[in-house]
Design a protein around this ligand. Sequence first.
Ligand code: HAM
Length: 412
Amino acid sequence: MIERPRGTRDLDPEEMEVRYKIEQKLRNISRSFGYREILTPTFEHTELFTKKSGPDIVNELYHFEDKGGRDIALRPEFTASVIRAYNEGMRELPKPLKLFYFGPSFRYERPQAGRYREFWQFGTELIGPDTTKADAENIALAYKCIKGIGLDEFTLKISNLKILDKFLEENDIDLEKKQDIYHKIDKEEIDEISEEYSLGSKLMEFLNMELEEMSSVLGDPEPVEYLKEVLDLLEYYGIEEKHLKVDIGTVRGLDYYKGVVFEVDAENLGAEKQILGGGDYNLGDVFGIDISSKGFAMGFDRSILALETEEKLPELDDLDCYIIPIGEEGYEYSYDILEELRSNNISADIDLMGRGVGKALGYADKNNFRYAILIGGNEVEDETVTIKNMHTGDQRTIDKNDFFKEVDEGWT
Ligand code: HAM
């Protein structure tokens, strides 16, 4: 028995319809912010990801040598690809360049609920401006995406990595060590850091401080002021305060971040609750260019799980018409009706198995058709159609030309 690989899923038609609807919402929201969609290859040179993405992602890469001896990796995320694509062909485009993408990503992780080896990301990158306004725009779009697909039970945690950088500097910790420290903070191993870097309770205390207090402890107010300015700007976007939390312990798991960063947790999900992550990063130096960029990626699959736990999945659309020819003589006439419906973008199907009316109606019911269209000898002879409303059971017989006129005028 050949089964699907570990950590992958087969998505059935109902799941696909739900996903498609959510996808479209995200596309529309991003377009409303002036972002435009791009697509990069599913695989890249492995080096693109090993250069700067950090040990977590690198250990999780799906990579292999291709027939030409190249080291190739399935993308674990899109950000590095987008900056590569920008460098290769989009550098001349006017700034700010606002891009979004949607597609599968691959990470060789231990699969569990909400964690897969193939998963989908919806993400954005804002290339060009390095301003508080750009950070705010980035965070606001992330928020609108989460809110716009219908989620309400989530927390958006915001930080500025430069605040922690300053803290480390003031405590004479070599910034070379900062990635190691960030990874430990990300894994909530505060005690370990405190011991290893002889910080006692200082780090824990610092992480629990209010922004004002941090500012005075650090001696340099700049990184705190920057974050406060971003928070002030977020007010213009109508972001509900109940969802926002300043959390300086939000450090992200990837090594390319450098400034304001954020994550969204859907607490209902338990262990794998992070449904979105992003921030200000630097990948330009991988290509020897100096370019500011800020973005985020939403875990599409986890967001759907979160919608499911909030019982907010979008409703599925019913199919429209199931045509049931009664006896062979009904077929030719039925195909006329089928063609008319399909050419007007009304979903229509016809019995292909020569089933009796009872069974055909059962099929139409199970497949959520709104109407069954019954075509028997009488209908053919009188040039009529009999339409049965599958929800109410009501049935009416009307002239075929009147039916076509109804269809032309927009049938509901
Ligand atoms: P990330 O936090 O590694 O960031 O991934 C973004 C989201 O993808 C996560 O918050 C999570 O919801 C989802 N995700 C990650 N791994 C899995 C998995 N194995 N199964 C299911 N969902 C998963 C990035 O990828 C950055 N590129 C985001 C970014 C864009 N930063 C700047 N621009």
